[in-house]
Design a protein around this ligand. Structure first.
Ligand code: ASP
Ligand code: MG
Length: 411
């Protein structure tokens, strides 16, 4: 017998009919003799709706209360799925994050899992039950409800798979796997059969939403094999695992994000320690910064620009207000009319031809590159928001669709 963790996303449990469908899928695995832990997200757009209600009462609602509110979404799903399984004759029990032993930090709305106390889950598995766990939530040592950041059910599933030493963690979603680009933007995008943890991690941090970044990092750390696949299809999806013998540098996917904001600090004093001070202020509010650029100095001043996720804008604005009390700045600018396009693949930044072809493709589209950043696994460009779609399409042609044709002709 194997131990399988399955996670069903919000669209897979959006209504009762889909919950019944998930229940019958779970039932099939159960009858095959697998031990099953099933993680579910809130139904459909529930989390968005709850969040909008909170923000209608106050633009920056207290984060502890936001967590208490949002966690209700997953609680509805676990109970309904357990009832649906009962209706199909499958013994099951639903557990909230806290009941499942998921202990987190107290950083509300972005808590990190400290440990999973697995005894209770094993106890119910040993009773022969399917264990259904609310995704996206946990409790602090003091018993306060926390959530793990948007898309956090993926992290719940991967953390449970690691803690329970599961044979596989299946992530069920409404797409067939991980694609070479967002199929809504690039219709000819293809499913990637296998991808390394590193590449998947990079894609997740650059805006691919199939798998939450921290879920990937968890699975890499604990070597959990992850299978991203569709709830509505039988075919295999994408395996995220250790990929050995990666061939030479190759672009695996084109990833983009419209949910970024460029921040410019104008007239920052040009003295040692200032950049450190700026970054420490932002690090304290745990914001993911990308593309940090410091301009050439003038008259003892310089500008510092960087890119942040849009969801962190409120936080960054407040952090910068605090910063301005201790550091004189001429001004702060937020630019939301930007988007990020990236080419991702092991070793891409080590091969200058790839950077050249990327910039050349954008130039041929007449797209102006505002900022650039690279890592071993990707090259990213910040460009005007309204040019992102066509740029992703053009880059996909350059690196993926057309290069396949060359391969086929050459063989
Ligand atoms: N329901 C949460 C969200 O919408 C968590 C998740 O779906 O993974 O972000
Ligand atoms: Mg998700």
């Amino acid at each position: 017998v194997s131990l399988v963790v399955q996670k069903y996303g919000g669209s897979s449990v959006a209504d009762l009919e889909r919950i019944r469908h998930v229940a019958s899928r779970v039932r099939r695995y159960f009858l095959e003799g697998h031990r099953l832990v099933v993680v579910v997200s809130a139904m459909g757009k529930t989390t968005d709706t709850l969040l909008a209600m909170a923000r209608e009462l106050h633009p920056f609602p207290p984060e502890r209360e936001v967590d208490t509110l949002l966690a209700t979404g997953e609680q509805v799903s676990i109970a309904l799925l357990s009832i649906a399984l009962f209706a199909q004759g499958v013994p099951s029990i639903s557990l909230t994050g806290g009941q499942a032993g998921i202990i987190t930090t107290d950083v509300h709305t972005k808590a990190r899992i400290l440990r999973v106390e697995v005894e209770r889950i094993f106890h119910h598995l040993n009773e022969g039950k399917v264990v259904i766990v609310a995704g996206f939530q946990g409790v602090t040592e003091d018993g306060d409800i926390t959530t793990l950041g948007r898309g956090g059910s993926d992290t719940t599933a991967c953390a449970l798979a690691a803690a329970l030493r599961a044979d596989v963690c299946e992530i069920y979603t409404d797409v067939a796997g991980v694609f070479t680009a967002d199929p809504r933007v690039v219709p000819e995008a293809r499913k990637i059969p296998r991808i390394s943890y590193d590449e998947m991690s990079e894609m997740a941090s650059l805006g691919a939403k199939v798998l939450q970044l921290r879920a990937v990092d968890f699975s890499r750390l604990y070597r959990v094999r992850v299978h991203v696949r569709s709830t509505f299809l039988e075919e295999e999806g994408t395996w995220v695992e250790e990929v050995e013998n990666m061939e030479e540098a190759k672009v695996r996917a084109i990833t983009h994000s419209l949910e970024v904001v460029k921040v410019v600090l104008l007239g920052v004093p040009d003295e040692p320690g200032v950049a450190a001070l700026v970054l420490r202020t932002l690090a304290d509010s745990s914001v993911f910064l990308d593309m940090i650029i410091q301009s050439e100095g003038r008259e003892g001043k310089k500008d510092i620009a960087f890119v942040i996720p849009r969801e962190d804008e409120g936080k960054v604005r407040r952090a910068l207000e605090d910063l301005r009390k201790i550091l004189p700045l001429e001004g702060v600018k937020f630019d939301e009319d930007v988007g990020k396009v990236s080419v991702v693949g092991a070793g891409v930044a080590n091969d200058p031809r790839i950077a050249f072809r990327m910039f050349d493709t954008l130039a041929r589209c007449g797209v102006n590159i505002d900022m650039i950043s690279t890592s071993n696994l990707r090259i990213s460009c910040l460009i005007p928001k309204n040019r992102v779609e066509e740029s992703v399409q053009a880059l996909h042609r350059t690196f993926i669709s057309d290069s396949e044709v060359i391969l086929r002709e050459g063989s």
